[in-house]
Design a protein around this ligand. Sequence first.
Ligand SMILES: NC(=O)c1ccc[n+]([C@@H]2O[C@H](COP(=O)([O-])OP(=O)(O)OC[C@H]3O[C@@H](n4cnc5c(N)ncnc54)[C@H](O)[C@@H]3O)[C@@H](O)[C@H]2O)c1
Length: 246
Amino acid sequence: MKLDGKTAIITGGASGFGLGIAEKFLAEGATVLIADIDGAAAEGAAQGIGAFAAQCDVSKDADVAALTATAIAKMGRIDILVNNAGVTHLPAAMEDVSEEDFDRVLNVNTKSVYLAAKHIIPLMKAQGSGAVLNVASTAGVSPRPRLSWYNASKGWMITATKSMAVELAPAGVRVNAINPVAGETPLLKSFMGEDTPEMRAKFVSTIPIGRFSTPQDMGNAAAFLCSDEASMITGVAMEVDGGRCI
Ligand SMILES: NC(=O)c1ccc[n+]([C@@H]2O[C@H](COP(=O)([O-])OP(=O)(O)OC[C@H]3O[C@@H](n4cnc5c(N)ncnc54)[C@H](O)[C@@H]3O)[C@@H](O)[C@H]2O)c1
């Protein structure tokens, strides 16, 4: 029970990696609040696994403020924040990505980290402890073509992780990231452009371990980094990528 007695908010927790992280955190003894823009999906997922749920668009200040209040009302404190909600634009030449898509990707993938920090970091500082986990991507380390602005948003997240870590270490708050490789979630099709056996084979051929990642892989890495076992680890962006970034 690595996370016994801890409380955690997981954004984008109604699906994919976020749901895998929520399941693992619960199995390790944490109390979990799933926050998702899709309120019905969050409720459904939470009921299935025994978590709390809240509707929240992580790119909106008022929503994150309300989420913070809900978390305190339901759980009493916030020990762990997982900034997992993320979106991509479809693969395209960088100049062809619409301004609307650019804004959506940057708002959900980067501004959300700022907004969560604005509302939740003061609480962690006041309690003198906390663990933040940003779900970045191998895209921020070893970018693929035609996903430029998504890649850049994840590079931003990795730098934000290190910057937050160095500033918050004296306050007892650790900040780490994981860099998943392409994983079996609903988002995968958007990265590939088309979900065909050929495209899957092309992506898997770049992963030395020879398979896509899974929500369970992310849950295992996240539980470790957010647990007291990782009390000396801050500011890392850990690849969970089957060797893709070697
Ligand atoms: N799947 C992959 O191949 C892959 C690889 C590397 C990194 N990632 C990253 O992992 C994270 C999770 O992705 P996933 O593959 O599980 O995707 P997913 O689409 O399965 O789940 C994302 C969840 O985030 C929610 N969401 C979207 N916008 C939101 C918003 N504005 N506010 C709150 N919730 C919002 C969605 O409703 C959904 O439930 C993302 O940050 C993604 O960039 C995914």
